[in-house]
Write a protein that binds this ligand. Structure first.
Ligand SMILES: *Cc1c(COP(=O)(O)O)cnc(C)c1O
Length: 373
């Protein structure tokens, strides 16, 4: 029986050669590959500056610091996300203020944001979730009206667009991630993009032990970190970035095939929907089961047939340590509903149509059988 993991990086001889070349060169950090990766990434995103970092989480932390979010500040964000997007607010001792989501895109619902604004609100941290951008026009309007910063977690949505503008390029800073399950990978890694010179220079300094950016080696002018991205990863990133358009087209084809085999069973499950102003670049493929019991049972049944699936994402405000901050079940009913039914299916380059047909038919059989009981 064939095994289907949830995700798999796309690595060819080209990637292997590009990493080997760095190893042979002897320069493993702070070298030309970092500069080249940053330059090419900023050109691809059509922004002025890009700053490579050791992970998406590190990038979010530095974006918060560079935007001067600090103790006592409140930051409005989504509870339907990977935990790092809310944790970065806690890193700077600010308060994450969650706001419920839109039931179609699972992104922040702009209509619910203003009610969350207080005199302490400093920023809105939007998360472009699963590969699809937020409804940015009303969010930008709210931010302008209340003088709030926009920071973007675009870790799941590289090159996705909203009204033809790319996710990660709307706010003061945008953050991307290159963990192996993302659309492109550097092993571990991330990138901060911005059009603001001051933000860029702060991020450059903060990631490199607070050195002044003229790189006086031992001149540390502020409290910094080691969030640098090594040369092997940067070289891998350059190779992956060169084929990112193709990687995304292939992901879009796989999503279409899932829609072809799953879209005709609306009574058993709901397939992803794309808002009309958006393009989707597919971080993962998430369907909704009828309810949590069916979803959880389905994950177990799929596992027996060697098809991996996962509940993406658990609501952040219901994690134990967030509940201790005062959040509770019932606070964000749409997020909780989606979270309890969400099921991510195997999604990676190399899945052929017959694989997708097999996975889909297996899933439908399980759901239909569960329905009869
Ligand atoms: C992947 C991801 C991150 C960052 O992840 P790292 O593993 O630190 O690179 C942040 N936010 C979201 C929404 C993500 O999916």
């Amino acid at each position: 029986m064939k095994t289907y993991p949830l995700a798999k990086p796309y690595i060819t001889q080209k990637e292997i050669a590009s990493v080997s070349a760095v190893l042979r060169s002897g320069q493993l950090s702070l070298g030309p590959k970092q500069k080249e990766f940053e330059k090419k990434f900023s050109q691809k995103l059509r922004v002025k500056y890009a700053c490579a970092v050791s992970s998406g989480t590190a990038g979010l932390h530095l974006a918060m610091l560079a935007c001067e979010i600090k103790e006592g500040d409140e930051v409005i964000t989504s509870p339907f996300s990977f935990v790092a997007s809310a944790n970065c607010i806690l890193y700077v001792v600010a308060k994450p203020v969650f706001c419920d989501i839109d039931p179609i895109t699972y992104n922040l619902d702009p209509a619910k944001i203003e009610a969350k604004i207080t005199p302490k609100t400093k920023a809105i941290l939007v998360v472009h979730i699963l590969g699809q951008p937020c409804d940015m026009a009303p969010i930008l309007k709210i931010a302008k009206k209340h003088k709030l910063l926009i920071i973007e977690d675009a870790c799941e949505s590289i090159l996705s667009t909203y009204h033809k503008k790319m996710a990660g390029t709307f706010g003061k800073a945008g953050v991307f991630a290159f963990y192996p399950n993302k659309q492109m990978t550097t092993g571990e890694g991330g990138m901060i993009v911005t059009n603001n010179k001051k933000i860029y220079e702060l991020c450059e300094s903060l990631k490199n032990q607070g050195r002044d950016i003229n790189n006086q080696w031992l001149n540390h002018i502020r409290l910094g970190y080691n969030y640098r991205l090594n040369e092997m990863s940067c070289s891998l990133g350059i190779t992956q970035l060169a084929k990112i358009d193709w990687l995304i087209k292939e992901r879009q084809k796989i999503a279409c095939l899932y829609e072809k085999y799953l879209g005709k069973y609306p009574k058993l499950l709901q397939t992803p929907q794309i808002a009309k102003d958006n393009t989707h670049t597919w971080f993962v493929y998430v369907v909704l089961a009828k309810n949590q019991i069916t979803r959880d049972r389905t994950i177990q049944s799929l596992e027996k047939t060697r098809i991996a699936s996962k509940p993406y994402f658990p609501a952040i405000h219901l994690l134990d340590f967030y509940q201790k901050m005062g959040y509770k079940k019932g606070d964000f009913s749409i997020c909780e509903n989606i979270s309890s039914r969400a099921l991510a299916l195997p999604f990676y380059l190399g899945l052929a149509e017959k694989d997708i047909q097999y996975i889909s038919q297996t899933l439908i059989k399980i759901l239909a059988y569960g329905n009869r009981k």
